[in-house]
Design a protein around this ligand. Sequence first.
Ligand SMILES: C[S@@+](CC[C@H](N)C(=O)[O-])C[C@H]1O[C@@H](n2cnc3c(N)ncnc32)[C@H](O)[C@@H]1O
Length: 209
Amino acid sequence: MQAIDTPFSPAAERNKQPILDVLRTVLPPRGRALEIASGTGQHLGWFAAALPHWDWQPSDMVAAALPGIDAVARQPGRPNVRPPLRLDVCDNPWPSQGPAFDLPFDLVYCANMIHIAPWACCVGLMAGCARHLAADGRLVTYGPYFESGVAPAAGNLAFDRSLRERDPQWGVRQLDDVAACAAQAGLGLLERHAMPANNLLLVWGRPAA
Ligand SMILES: C[S@@+](CC[C@H](N)C(=O)[O-])C[C@H]1O[C@@H](n2cnc3c(N)ncnc32)[C@H](O)[C@@H]1O
């Protein structure tokens, strides 16, 4: 049973296991992960418990989200989760306050931010990954995208409309635009995984890696 004041996302609860199933096929057995836009921390908690040899650094732009993420991190059986950091992807450096990251990350994981944030956040995400990913590191993004040559799902069209009504700077992105943005940062699309509810899990990395 979820405590009343604990931030909770039904969508995150539904998609955390399908995402984990793909992450298990993508990731090496151990490494260092930075989560961007941790939100409620539900993905973090699930992945950290299931992948105990990974060290997890959660973060979010919104300071008010950090106590909820910290509560997830402090649950028993999660010694591999660090205290959450306030991190805005548009900042340079990451994080903009406090000590700099001492080592590169093997994984940067970012779910459901690119479409619920201004386009500058996609640019900032890719630029930050270029600075902080290990040479063979991976960026994993998850969410809905429109793809050229693929008929858009009705649900994604409606979601896109609702996002743009909430904020004209938000919206489901064209995968080609995201890929062009990634290329500017030296990253290429390595894997595309179709996920439930018309979402995609995308794996990005340096093409030669
Ligand atoms: C829809 S929630 C997704 C939360 C979680 N990743 C998930 O999939 O359930 C979007 C998150 O993006 C974060 N966010 C928005 N703009 C951001 C930015 N510029 N830098 C970092 N996080 C940002 C919000 O604070 C929010 O937690």
